[in-house]
Ligand binder design. Structure first.
Ligand SMILES: [Zn+2]
Length: 194
């Protein structure tokens, strides 16, 4: 069984707002490659009970769909290292119904964990953003705007914590240097070797 998604799949899902040709660890990460383990690229398949998995923080977790006729709307919970989907309709769920629930989960975890990491890296690097928030982008993981406000896509919570940290440091470095210049990459490296 596979989990599928109707997420738009941007051609260049990692671009920063100001572009730049030089690649980096971050720039090679795309929604497609990051979700391949959950077969998000195969459209039209339902998620059924027991055999499916969803991605969170760089790992995939068994996902069980339970028939729950006494609730009104499908519900997703993460407990004891597995995802549980309670669905009033049946023991399977369509991607269209599942993905908003998953994004809601990521959004909540991003508020609980990612924004804490942003504060950690601000202390660690001495770089200060005006603010940080979670937002659904069409085509990128994160951005730093002209006011130095950082924004992160909820689906960043799919990625391993080390990659989340890299994205945070990358965006914090944009508070000082907006473009992907040689100096920018040297600055990123100085704050986060390898
Ligand atoms: Zn960038």
């Amino acid at each position: 069984m596979t989990i599928t998604s109707n997420y738009a799949k941007p051609a260049d899902s990692t671009k920063c707002p100001r572009g730049g040709k030089r690649s980096s660890k971050l720039l090679r990460i795309s929604f497609n490659s990051c979700t391949s383990a959950t077969d998000l690229s195969q459209p039209g398949r339902k998620l059924r009970s027991k055999a499916s998995r969803l991605r969170y923080a760089g790992r995939t977790y068994i996902t069980e769909v339970r028939h729950a006729p006494d609730i009104l709307k499908p519900r997703l919970t993460f407990t004891a290292s597995r995802f549980i989907v309670d669905n009033p309709e049946s023991t399977s769920i369509q991607p269209d119904a599942l993905m908003p629930l998953l994004e809601q989960f990521y959004r909540k975890r991003a508020h609980e964990k990612l924004l804490v990491r942003v504060r950690h890296w601000q202390r660690e690097t001495g770089l200060q953003a005006t603010g940080a928030r979670i937002r659904h982008f069409q085509s990128r993981w994160a951005s730093c705007d002209t006011n130095n406000t950082l924004e992160f896509h909820p689906r960043i919570m799919e990625l391993p914590a080390s990659v989340q940290d890299y994205v945070i440091v990358h965006e914090l470095c944009h508070t000082v240097e907006k473009n992907h210049t040689k100096a920018f990459w040297a600055f990123v490296s100085s704050h986060m070797p390898d």
